[in-house]
Design a protein around this ligand. Structure first.
Ligand code: FES
Length: 363
């Protein structure tokens, strides 16, 4: 007689414990790079939501983007040559493609061009110091580029250099990090915050596809980077407000004002954070900062900007990225569905996830 052995089915979580959204948003704008990174006539490769793209700054100064894969035998086009008329010559067998992605020259045999020898192109807009690329099939809507006009209006003397790092984690973990600024007390203790702001007031506002999370600590010691731009002694009111635009564009307004005063009377900086998913486990992270309420002498501008740039790079690359990448590794090995134990500091995150879920359904 055959013995029947009961089998307990392991409850599988799917990839990453089902923690991340099942897909990337497509019909939206992603930052491909800082505009200044692409010189005239130069090719640059970027991976965006699992697509490999090549960018070229054309002769008229505008930028084209197309699939970075030759349709002949799939060589990457960014390794090729730029020819007059904004044509790209494949590095392998020399097929040439025009700015519309059409193959316009075959140097072999009779020069016949196969009907399918074309590559997909993507709309690109240069705005707010960035190159934005539209990855979806729907008609691109330029009005959907999040408003970072602050970058166009700020005096150069009060801006840091454009910067960036690559984080080996899903972009959502970096969004989570930025929306929950309470982590600054622990990860950036003494640099950006201290335990004094543990009971900060949290305010959340939602408008369209955007969510803003505010955090306000009253009458607290002013520490670290904040002392560079806030020249008064004694405690102050610290504020940080971060606006999220789906899926990964964030604008932080962070600073200090006198106790009881309006934050508009204070000093601080805007931190621009642009997150572009490369894959499910890598993110291209662009950032820059610009000061407001500046009362420091102009001769100190360069040094202050440098201090802000260095501190932020250190905080993101040496303090945030290691913990975010460790989170990713922990999530990667989950065999059970992951459901976070939420606490009060997570309310902003939850709102953003709801917005993203709605947008993904519409996508
Ligand atoms: Fe591009 Fe052959 S792979 S021409």
């Amino acid at each position: 007689m055959t013995k029947v052995i009961p089998v307990t089915m392991e409850r599988r979580a799917g990839p990453n414990g089902g923690y991340f959204p099942p897909a990337f948003l497509k019909n939206c704008w992603y930052v491909a790079m800082w505009a200044e990174e692409l010189a005239p006539g130069q090719l640059a490769a970027r991976k965006i939501i699992n697509e490999s793209l090549v960018f070229l700054r054309k002769e008229d100064g505008s930028v084209l983007a197309m699939d970075n894969r030759c349709p002949h035998r799939f060589a990457p086009l960014h390794m090729g040559k730029v020819l007059p008329g904004d044509k790209i010559q494949c590095p392998y067998h020399g097929l040439q493609f025009d700015a519309a992605g059409e193959c316009v020259h075959n140097p072999h045999g009779a020069g016949t061009i196969p009907a399918r020898a074309r590559v997909r192109t993507y709309p690109v807009v240069e705005k707010h110091l960035c190159l934005w690329v539209w990855m979806g099939d729907r008609a691109p809507d330029e009005s959907k580029i999040p408003d970072f006009g602050i970058l166009d209006r700020a005096p150069k003397a009060h801006m840091t250099r454009p910067d960036g790092i690559r984080v080996r984690a899903h972009y959502q973990l970096v969004v989570d990090n930025l929306l929950d600024l309470s982590h600054a007390m622990y990860l950036h203790d003494g640099i950006l915050a201290t335990a004094d702001s543990a009971n900060a007031e949290i305010k959340i506002a939602e408008a369209g596809d955007s969510v803003t999370v505010g955090r306000y600590a009253y009458g607290v010691p002013i520490v670290g980077l904040h002392k560079v731009y806030w020249l008064h002694d004694g405690p102050g009111d610290r504020f940080s407000e971060i606006r999220w635009d789906a899926p990964g564009a964030l604008l932080l307004r962070q600073g200090v004002c006198s106790p009881g005063a309006e934050s508009t009377t204070g000093s601080g900086y805007y931190g621009v954070h642009m997150l572009t998913p490369e894959t499910e486990s890598t993110t291209s992270y662009h950032f820059i900062a610009l000061r407001f309420g500046v009362h420091t002498p102009p001769e100190d501008d360069e040094q202050i900007n440098e201090r802000i740039a260095k501190t932020r790079l250190f905080a993101f690359a040496e303090q945030d990225a290691p913990i975010i990448e460790a989170q990713q590794r922990n999530i990667d090995i989950a065999t059970q569905p992951l459901s976070p134990s939420l606490i009060s500091i997570d309310s902003g995150l939850v709102r953003c996830k709801r917005v993203l879920q709605r947008l993904l359904q519409e996508d």
